[in-house]
Design a protein around this ligand. Structure first.
Ligand code: ATP
Ligand code: MG
Length: 493
């Protein structure tokens, strides 16, 4: 159930109990009022602070107690709609739950009880009596109508609007996920901010969306300033991403391109998987949301699935967006951890979502341990491509030295990058970075300058992980040779 017509239908059919998921109470009460008005039903609203009151009237004395308010409602015996705002927690109280149940069972006078909650849970005791209703956010068409109306109004007020048709469509799409009232408020705020509506307001709206996100959702919206140039090597993957990024342009759709849906990046630890994922969003000028795997799993039955659902629907509301799932095996490995099938169900929900999700969400998943990933995830069609990030080749290592030195305000020209690259065979990007940092510590302690030789000394003192764990790396490569595309591209080893 999901829109105002459904709600009207429920009222008209004298449905006794509706549990509504409501985050925008003002809008919800508007919908209830207009649906009830068409049926000439009076609306009563109960809140914990006021008690029960008929719209526009004073609250009835002694009805702050929800049980008392319910009694009052039942004694009225006239058809009416009773909205109990934020009363979801009342259902946790056995006595109140019983009262609600009896209210719904004995209802012969056409009264509808509507209990609202931000995250409603329907207790099993009343499952058969209640309907769960959730407000579907306004559609793009509805939003566009509102945007056109608001822009016209702004123009009348002498506010310059320089958005072209494509800009307007982008503004509309960045407003997705907001309620109508919030969306209009945002457009007006964007205008008030600098006295105009222009291209930069699309970015403003996206930023606002990131900030308004419910913080309980296991999703972290990140603002990263890493460009693809900060990633050494991986030319094949970079080129793939550069080409695909343009598919989000409105013109690409007209051209007949479908936006890409996702990549899985696997490979040797420390070689830039997470780095490139972070750099990607910035390259495509899209927001980046990281799924917080650790926060996904909750102690209660059903909680984890609910959290995943929240995270995914929030992502959808923010599209176009890059969704980053780092160390994916931690979220979706299903190797019998004895968790009562939770991870199995989480995986199921996720796969379903991957299949059905709307356009405009690009999933970038990284994994160190592909063997731990369930095969369903790797099947063709889930991701556009699976990339394998190997140890950097000689040229790539020279590039990484340059990048890491520049990051620390050193001029790469002052160093012999080729000598460093030659001396760091089998080193990962992370190990190269670590050698530079170690050399810097030593140089600082010795009051000497950081030079090629000091880094060479550190390299000599390090045994790279790929040597100590040669077997693991070998196994990864064997797997990748048949399952993945090399991320290295032409300049790789
Ligand atoms: N190709 C690269 N270019 C530049 N820097 C790199 C590269 N690879 C690694 N680094 C440096 O090493 C750090 C760690 O790399 P990153 O976290 O991306 O590795 P990873 O592949 O995700 O490793 P893990 O498998 O351990 O998660 C990066 O933040 C970066 O500073
Ligand atoms: Mg990583």
């Amino acid at each position: 159930m999901g829109n105002s017509d459904d709600l009207k239908l429920l009222f008209a059919s004298r449905y006794p109990l509706v549990i509504a998921e409501v985050t925008d109470e003002t809008r919800f009460l508007e919908i209830v009022s207009s649906a009830a008005a068409e049926l000439t039903l009076p609306v009563w609203v109960w809140t914990a602070t006021r008690g029960l009151a008929r719209t526009q009237n004073d609250a009835q004395y002694g009805t702050k107690e929800p049980g008392k308010a319910l009694e009052f409602a039942r004694d009225l015996k006239d058809p009416a709609v009773f909205v109990f705002a934020d009363a979801g927690s009342a259902l946790e109280d056995p006595l109140l739950l019983r009262t609600v149940k009896e209210f719904a069972q004995s209802n012969s006078s056409g009264q509808t009880l509507v209990i609202t909650a931000a995250r409603p849970v329907v207790p099993p005791e009343i499952k058969d009596l209640a309907v769960l209703w959730r407000l579907i956010p306004p559609t793009a068409v509805e939003l566009k109508a509102m945007v056109m109306r608001t822009l016209n109004d702004l123009k009348i007020k002498q506010v310059p609007v320089t958005l072209n048709d494509e800009g307007i469509d982008e503004l509309v799409s960045s407003l997705k996920g907001f309620s109508m009232a919030e969306a209009e408020r945002l457009v007006r705020r964007a205008a008030a901010r600098d006295g105009a509506i222009a291209d930069d307001d699309i970015v403003f709206v996206r930023d606002q969306k990131a900030q308004m996100l419910n913080h309980s959702v296991p999703l972290q919206v990140m603002n990263v300033e890493i460009a693809l140039d900060a990633v050494g090597g991986l030319d094949g993957l970079k080129e793939w991403l550069r080409l695909r990024g343009r598919a989000f342009e409105p013109a690409a759709k007209k051209f007949g391109l479908e936006p890409p849906r996702g990549v899985l990046i696997t490979g040797v630890p420390g070689c830039g998987k997470s780095l490139i994922a972070k750099a990607l969003a910035r390259t495509w000028s899209l927001p980046l949301a990281a799924l917080d795997v650790a926060a996904l799993y909750g102690p209660y039955v059903g909680e984890s699935e609910e959290r995943l659902r929240d995270a995914l629907s929030t992502t959808e509301a923010m599209a176009p967006i890059v969704l980053w799932i780092d160390e994916m095996e931690k979220a979706f490995a299903t190797s019998g951890k004895g968790d009562g099938g939770v991870s199995q169900r989480i995986l199921g929900s996720f796969l379903r979502w991957m299949q059905e999700r709307a356009e405009g969400i690009f999933v970038i998943a990284t994994s160190n341990d592909v063997q731990a990933l369930p095969p369903e995830l790797l099947r063709k069609g889930r991701f556009d491509e699976i990339f394998f990030v190997d140890l950097p080749g000689t040229q790539e290592r020279a590039q990484i030295f340059g990048i890491q030195l520049a990051k620390r305000s050193r001029d790469p020209k002052d160093f012999d990058l080729d000598a460093l690259a030659a001396a760091s065979e089998a080193f990962s990007g992370a190990e190269i970075e670590a050698a530079i940092v170690a050399a810097m510590y030593r140089s600082y302690a010795d009051a000497s300058a950081l030079d090629t030789q000091s880094i060479l000394n550190e390299l000599k003192a390090t045994v790279p992980l790929s040597r100590t764990r040669a077997e693991d790396v070998g196994a990864l490569r064997t797997w990748a040779s048949t399952h993945a595309v090399s991320a290295g591209g032409p300049s790789a080893r």
